[in-house]
Design a binder for this molecule. Sequence first.
Ligand SMILES: [Zn+2]
Ligand SMILES: [Zn+2]
Length: 878
Amino acid sequence: MKTKHILEKAYIPEPVEEKWAKFWIDEGVFVAQASSQKKKFSMVLPPPNVTGILHIGHALCFTLPDIIVRWRRMQGYNTLWLPGTDHASIAVHNVIEQSLAKKNLTREQIGREKFLEFAWEWKRKHGGMIINQLKKLGTSLDWTRERFTLDEDFSKAVRQVFVNLYEEGLIYRDYYLVNRCPRCGTVLSDIEIEHRELKAKLYYIKYPLVESKEFVFVATTRPETMLGDTAVAVHPEDTRYSKWQGKKVLLPLTNRVIPVIADKKVDKEFGTGAVKVTPAHDPVDFELGKKHNLEQIIVIDGSGKMTREAGDEFKGLDRFECREKVLLNLKKMGLLEKVEDYQHMVGHCYRCKTIIEPHLSWQWFVKVAPLAKEAIKVVKEGKIKFIPSNWAKTYFEWMYNIHDWCISRQLWWGHRIPAWYCQDCNEIIVSMETPQKCRKCESSNLVQDEDVLDTWFSSALWPFATMGWPEETKDFKTFYPTDLMSTGFDIIFFWVARMIMMGLKFARDIPFRHVFINGLVRDFKRRKMSKSEGNIVDPLDMIGKYGTDALRFTLAALAIPGMDISISEERMAGYRAFANKIWNASRFVLMNLEDEISEIKENELTLADRWIRSRLDRIIEEYNEALEAYKFYEAADKIYHFVWHEFCDWYIELVKPAMKERNKTSQAVLIETLDRILRLLHPFMPFITEEIWQHLPLSQKSLAVASFPETEKSPRNEEAEANMELLQKVIVEVRTIRAENRIPPRDKVNLWLKVRKEKEKRMLKKYQIYIQTLANIRKTETAADFPQKKKLLKGVVGSWDVAISLEGIFDLEQEKRRLEKGISKISLDIEKVEKRLSNTGFLSRAPKNVVQETKEKLKMLKNRKTRLEESLKDIFPT
Ligand SMILES: [Zn+2]
Ligand SMILES: [Zn+2]
């Protein structure tokens, strides 16, 4: 076979990355085969929002599974990694409503139809951003199977699931107190609420008793809601209030008379022990109200404004304006007793951070407990495995305490709820097809529910609805259940749990076998990234600066399961240098190839050949073990050190004598090793490896579908490894002696080795070429003892003594002065460090690692001093 061509002098990532990203897609390299007989490995991409822009968390979340799927593909699996995007109701509403606001329009003014036209138009124009960024990142997704949650087929699946759950009684409609974001204009589910500590006030208000001059004191953080109070509640055993139970109070600011009720749910310790009850605006009061049959008066509407029920003076005010006004009026009337500082947890919208308003309204719910039961079981039984395993605990805790899921949203962009209301007889019809007539009274006066479904409702179906479910498609049969779901911990409830519940219920099997939970990406000081801190690392910037491969390698090398990642540009620059190192080594290999690459002949293998093949075989095994356990950092570390420190630093140097002799077998080993290295590195650094590999004589269509090197164990050679290790130690020792004594690199020296064992002596004789080449030795002699009367610099390697002769190298008098100067300088340094270490203040205050580093520095200095002193003694024996 002929060699192809030589690599460019320097590696420039951008054009190379662009070329291969396009090539892989154009050539259909990642297209899965539903009818393949090979073992399958499948994943679905957790769909990013269609409004999404790649951030560093995405980059991690997409790189890690890409490493796995590329590795599996090369191992010969029939792989599918299915991509797509989520329609993201709230996020798209934000975008469209903002652009409407610029034209002084609201969505209500333009109407549902026009609004949806705008949204689709926006999606066509801008919705592909995250997709292009995914391609740039080198993710090996099958783009021929790209899905969108509002696709026709997908929408049909969503409707099917809704109808089935409704018919089984697992979806129901109820008038209930739910969380509503006044800004987003929709209700939200419990897990879409972020509870944050808020510095607030606790107001003590006097409620006058009817036909009495006495007052009940109630404490509240939300005085504006008193306009909707329908009772005051006390604990039945609270003796302070027993005389007032069953009495009535006149609610200030309104003319309403409300009862004092007793209930064990009241916390005697909170405030005064007497609490106001607002059933329409507080979850606890809502339950209390139902139990005591209290009226539910809505005084705040869905947009956070006071209703007519709040009274003429307050209606139309924003809830916080109203609070001020209520307080002012109470003060005037002398009914505000006191105000205290008060810290408590308050629910905020997870999208826009607005304070949530409890909102009483008709909504749709999923009865989750029966679904959760099965979903708990499969994790308990180990059918689904969390990695790291402690996340299973988080999962169980949530699943055991799960509440019904509010799935209706007062938005337009999304899957409209397939429920119709008969305007004549109030019948509710839930169906796959749009009904023409009421099934009860035959009226055609039907109106569809205005709401859409929670976006997370449709994404729960992602693993199977993307594969054609409810049809029994070939894709579904071949690729479901999938093998791995890789995601962040914040999505366990939103996605993972719901995908498991829906998968079990509708696809009749688990959606994935493994759930890999990646850590959070933090800045180099381990701080959380945030706009306000200004420490956000933009992955696209990093790609521009260091190349995609360096970014990917950095993320993988830092990905220790269960740990957050602390990312730094220094690391990325380091891996960019690693890419250059690989490039330069590959250039060397390609330049040294002859036109014909021959077979490897066992009897022609040099020690270096046997050693590198043995080492690489070991690395392959360790690499595979690491990736099987999702230890990305370990696989990255193994291959990094092998490439840099064994292949580049040693083998490339060791192979030079064989290259000079045109040893065909060594040439073949060199190319074989490079070829395997590229295969091992490919999942981590797909672009540079593909580029180099395409220049190799044996390359085929694409490295992405080339076979992953198998560990054969036959190249394993303990003896070669042991011998090479010893030779390397000698070489390192000689190099150190040379460096410490400033022997110019070009000057050849003579080497004496005092070797005691006969076997080692023979080995050394046999392989002295390596020492001579790598340590620049003129002549090597093995002897039982060093020659007398020679000026020698000595060192030790295991049971051997080594020495190099100085004669003819340099001026000995000058060398003596240099050594003496060196020794006195180092003595001063030692003194300084010792002083520091004897300072008790330093020892107690400095961080542990600094103290440790200082101690190591001292050891190093002392070592160096001893060496210099020995050198001096060697040259000028006293
Ligand atoms: Zn909001
Ligand atoms: Zn009807």
